[in-house]
Design a protein around this ligand. Structure first.
Ligand code: HGY
Ligand code: MN
Ligand code: MN
Length: 399
């Protein structure tokens, strides 16, 4: 049981974020990086930092940090947090649960009068989902130097706006994007709490788990060119219809994934000119592929390219990440033998781990097992168990 003060701050934070970027029709969230809802969420973050007397730092890549203590003098510190942006029509929990739980865990420790030797911070990583500009974990990739700043500045959203323009419009200087040793040097350990994106904890009957391995994954663009023409007058034999090749790609994604025991998804399309009564001139599709190892993922992507006749253009790649084994075991033991679960989902914790920062993740049970959809859920009691677990971890690591 958490003290009433912590549960009420948790509830208040949750209620404050609930309406931000929520689509009334679908009930899903559209908090895309640097759009109005994202800026509102970032303001919320700054307000929570201020309310707790934490020092707000926005790094060169737009990630937000709320520090207790001075990481430059007494660091490196312990950082907990996640992200506040969403996929199109995402759930309420993917990202925000980690940020809200981080503030609540800090509140709990303060309420208990726990003193720390190390500085602590809550983090909000910018553009984790890559829903607007295409590259997931853009904030942490820039920070760690795995996303080239020039490429990032030039990434475009569906309306042709560049990331640089969107960041500038939000008041963020973009001249110094990129690897940031100073900020990285402040992070001694990073712990990200996240709603589970599958039914693992439901099956095990446990509210909280610890992440093991993150599958390698990536995103590829497939371009299918054809010739625009009239749907009512163009003989089938005269058509150059790129939609047929797209259909082959969709079926190949499924069969290749089955063959290699991997996952492959085509969930986003752009069709030109996009008329019901016109054969398309261009179809662009985005392939998300993930698997137990890199060779398998590459084989799936090559297979989709071969069967559909397109050349997959890689837009992002994330190698497999084994989150720090020692840290993971330490946390699992600390949390009464919490189960260790592998995941196919990408996270900023994985990007930091790949950059050599000790990183761990806690998962909170999701009764629907669904994520990236409004059906994503976690019961309040499980969320509070997550806060308690995160506080236990912080207390251990912050000493
Ligand atoms: O796409 C992903 O794996 C994520 O949830 N960022
Ligand atoms: Mn996500
Ligand atoms: Mn997430």
């Amino acid at each position: 049981m958490l003290p009433p003060m912590t549960t009420s701050t948790f509830d208040a934070m949750w209620q404050a974020l609930l309406p931000v970027g929520r689509d009334v029709t679908s009930g899903g969230y559209r908090r895309f990086a640097w759009t109005e809802p994202d800026l509102t969420a970032r303001e919320w973050f700054a307000g929570e930092a201020e309310a707790r007397g934490l020092t707000l730092v926005v790094d060169r890549n737009g990630n937000q940090w709320a520090w207790s203590g001075d990481p430059d003098r007494d660091g490196p510190g312990v950082v907990v947090g996640s992200h506040l942006d969403s996929v199109p029509d995402g759930g309420a929990f993917d990202g925000p649960l980690g940020v809200v739980s981080a503030f609540a865990a800090l509140d709990l420790l303060r309420e208990r009068g726990v003193a720390f030797d190390r500085p602590l911070a809550v983090a909000n990583f910018t553009d984790e989902e890559g829903a607007r500009f295409g590259v997931a974990c853009a904030g942490s990739r820039l920070l760690t130097g795995v996303l080239d700043p020039d490429r990032a500045r030039g990434l475009r959203d569906g309306d042709g706006n560049t990331m640089a323009g969107a960041m500038r419009a939000a008041g963020q200087d973009v001249t110094h994007l990129g690897a940031d040793r100073e900020t990285l040097g402040r992070i001694g350990t990073f712990v990200e709490l996240h709603v589970e994106q599958g039914p693992g904890l439901v099956d095990l009957g446990r509210p909280v788990g610890v992440a093991g391995r993150i599958w390698p994954h990536g995103r590829w663009r497939l371009d299918f060119h054809g010739e625009a023409n009239h749907a009512g007058t163009t003989r089938l034999s005269d058509r150059k219809d790129p939609m047929l090749a797209l259909a082959r790609a969709v079926l190949a994604a499924r069969s290749q994934a089955e063959q290699y025991d991997a996952l492959a998804t085509i969930g986003r399309l752009r069709v030109e000119p996009g008329g019901t009564n016109a054969v398309p001139s261009l179809v662009q599709a985005w392939l998300d592929a993930r698997g137990p190892d890199e060779a398998v993922v590459r084989a799936v992507v090559d297979g989709v390219g071969r069967e559909s006749g397109a050349t997959p253009v890689e837009e992002s790649w994330t190698p497999a990440v084994d989150l720090d084994g020692g840290l993971r075991e330490r946390l699992a033991t600390l949390l009464d033998g919490a189960p260790v679960l592998p995941t196919g989902a990408g996270h900023d914790a994985g990007i930091l781990a790949a950059a050599g920062i000790p990183a761990a993740m806690l998962f909170v049970r999701n009764p629907t097992g669904v994520s990236h959809s409004p059906a994503e859920h976690a019961e309040r009691d499980d969320c509070l168990a997550g806060v308690a677990a995160l506080a236990t971890v912080l207390e251990e690591l912050g000493r």
